[in-house]
Design a protein around this ligand. Structure first.
Ligand SMILES: Cc1cc2nc3c(=O)[nH]c(=O)nc-3n(C[C@H](O)[C@H](O)[C@H](O)COP(=O)(O)OP(=O)(O)OC[C@H]3O[C@@H](n4cnc5c(N)ncnc54)[C@H](O)[C@@H]3O)c2cc1C
Ligand SMILES: NC(=O)c1ccc[n+]([C@@H]2O[C@H](COP(=O)([O-])OP(=O)(O)OC[C@H]3O[C@@H](n4cnc5c(N)ncnc54)[C@H](O)[C@@H]3O)[C@@H](O)[C@H]2O)c1
Length: 180
């Protein structure tokens, strides 16, 4: 089979496979017109040390990202293991994300969430459109490491890995036992 015969995975196959890559979970926050906005985000990474840069990927359908982009500054709040409630709150379109939530304005005005492992405060440097997401590259202006908590882990669509030892990866491509 030549590479031109390959049609590539479906969205479902992408989600099932990409879920095998364990990540932390963050909440990306900003302020637009005085109103705090934010969304749960696992596609976060360090990009450059000098100058200091980070990235995250934002779905075009999300309503928070266009407002954060308009403001030009954002904070990445890295969640601890005990903060599943924050992930639920910011990872769903149900309910008001900041209703009844304590937060503090950062030096750049963005919402700092409490009891997180780390906060990255940044200015939007570049936005690259990639398929149905924007890749957002930010220039870091301040870092904070408020709490030495254990991290929240997201793996195969669930939190943590301890209870997933019996999981059998779906045989998406009919490879049987020939993984790797
Ligand atoms: C662990 C985890 C990791 C995630 N990682 C990422 C990531 O890396 N990048 C990313 O972009 N997203 C990610 N998400 C998804 C994102 O957090 C959610 O989609 C979140 O709700 C987006 O918030 P928002 O305020 O931007 O958009 P929302 O306003 O919450 O809208 C989200 C979706 O719901 C639809 N919607 C909203 N309100 C209504 C309504 N009343 N009726 C019908 N449809 C409606 C919107 O059109 C949109 O498609 C992640 C979620 C989780 C749980
Ligand atoms: N990058 C993202 O936009 C992203 C990442 C994770 C979860 N989510 C969304 O959060 C909700 C809850 O997720 P779940 O618990 O069902 O996990 P899931 O099983 O859908 O996610 C498994 C993996 O697929 C990838 N993925 C999922 N949705 C994606 C998207 N829209 N764009 C790019 N990659 C995506 C991520 O790598 C994730 O780790 C879903 O609506 C999901 O789409 C979005």
């Amino acid at each position: 089979m030549s590479s031109t015969d390959l049609t590539g995975p479906t969205p479902v196959e992408m989600r099932q496979a990409m879920g095998c890559f364990a990540s932390g979970v963050t909440v990306v926050t900003g302020v637009d017109d005085g109103e705090p906005v934010g969304f749960a985000c696992q596609s976060f990474a360090s990009v450059s040390l000098d100058p200091p840069m980070v990235l995250f990927c934002a779905d075009h359908r999300g309503r928070a990202w266009p407002r954060i982009q308009a403001a030009g500054v954002f904070t990445v709040n890295v969640l601890g293991e005990h903060q599943a409630d924050l992930c639920d709150r910011f990872g769903s379109s149900r309910g008001a994300k900041f209703e009844g939530l304590d937060w503090t304005p950062s030096a750049i005005g963005t919402p700092s969430l409490h009891d997180v492992l780390m906060r990255v405060h940044a200015e939007v440097h570049e936005v690259v459109v990639a398929g149905d997401h924007d890749v957002v590259i930010g220039r870091v202006v301040q870092l904070e490491t408020p709490a030495p908590e254990r991290p929240m882990l997201f793996f195969r669509g669930r939190f943590g890995v301890e209870d997933q030892h019996e999981y059998t990866a779906p045989d998406l491509w009919g490879w049987g036992d020939h993984w790797g």
